[in-house]
Design a protein around this ligand. Structure first.
Ligand code: AHM
Ligand code: MG
Length: 279
């Protein structure tokens, strides 16, 4: 695991350098879930593939940008599923974006998650590594990731980060989101889940939601490399996750590596309120 985490740090550092001098022209290709790929998505995917492929403890890599899993060492222990550049459509407006990594043992399944990691390419380069607890690191002037603090969620937050096209929400979801605003929650939504979830974790609580919508009944966000790693991190931080019905997103099982699911991540209060509300 330690060696694998070192490889991830190396990849993140290299992606961060690429982002400083970006070419944001679009490629004509589309990825499996239909998004237009930016060159920086592809470049970030190449960087991660190249660096992580050298890691002997890696059995396979699963990427948002690759249709199939990339098999590496058949007898090795870990499978890494990753989103190389989450929020890539925001690169051209200079918002913070990130990379997300889920580390599974032997099998890509939420129950086999051993660690989750994400990076934030913002004004500073930050990294959150979560095995038993989410720990925040920041790149210092010696080009090293320096430990800053553990991230823990309070019982209740103040932020409401709500995704999906509102005209396509169910009336129950609309009523639930409004009920949080009526309690005094404030809207925070950038369009990069990595940044929106990082804000909730750093501020100690709140709700991030990407529900089922009439145009995407199974949600938008991808289970293996977006939803499971953040569900793992939120639960280890003392919060909760749900698909709107279950008690944890980590109960879900999918065969398809690009499967999507409605998802809610929050502190205890917001997720408990969600499960009591009509959905
Ligand atoms: P990406 O991985 O292609 O960037 O897509 C995922 C992103 C999430 O980061 C974000 O929460 C969501 O898509 C935003 O979607 P929307 O614009 O529909 O709210
Ligand atoms: Mg993403």
């Amino acid at each position: 695991m330690t060696q694998l985490l070192e490889h991830i740090k190396e990849a993140v550092l290299q992606i961060s350098k690429e982002l400083k001098f970006p070419d944001t022209s679009y490629l004509s290709g589309q990825n499996k879930t239909g998004d237009t790929q930016l060159k920086l998505d592809v470049k970030s995917d190449q960087i991660i593939t190249e660096i992580l492929s050298k890691c002997p403890s890696l059995k396979a890599l699963i990427s948002e940008e690759k249709e199939e899993a990339l098999e590496l060492n058949a007898n090795a222990k870990f499978i890494v599923a990753y989103d190389p550049l989450d929020g890539s459509s925001l690169v051209d407006v200079n918002f913070a974006v990130g990379s997300i990594f889920a580390i599974y043992e032997q099998k890509a399944s939420a129950k086999a998650l051993k660690a989750a990691v994400y990076s934030i390419y913002g004004p500073r380069l930050e990294l959150v590594i979560c095995e038993d607890l989410p720990r925040l690191y920041r790149l210092n002037s010696q080009n090293e990731f320096e430990f800053i603090k553990e991230l823990r969620l309070e019982n209740k937050g103040k932020l409401n980060s709500t995704g999906g096209t509102q005209k396509n929400w169910s009336k129950e979801h609309k009523a639930f989101i409004q009920s949080l605003f009526d309690e005094g929650y404030r809207l925070r939504y950038s369009g990069a889940m990595v940044s929106d979830l990082h804000q909730i974790l750093c501020k100690g609580g709140g709700l991030f939601s990407y529900p089922a919508t009439s145009d995407a009944p199974r949600g938008k966000l991808r289970a293996f490399f977006e939803v499971f790693p953040f569900a793992y991190i939120f639960e280890k931080a003392g919060g909760k996750s749900s698909n709107g019905e279950n008690l944890s997103l980590l109960e879900l099982e999918f065969d398809e590596i690009h499967a999507t699911t409605p998802c809610f991540f929050g502190s205890n209060y917001e997720i408990s309120k969600l499960l009591k509300a009509d959905q």
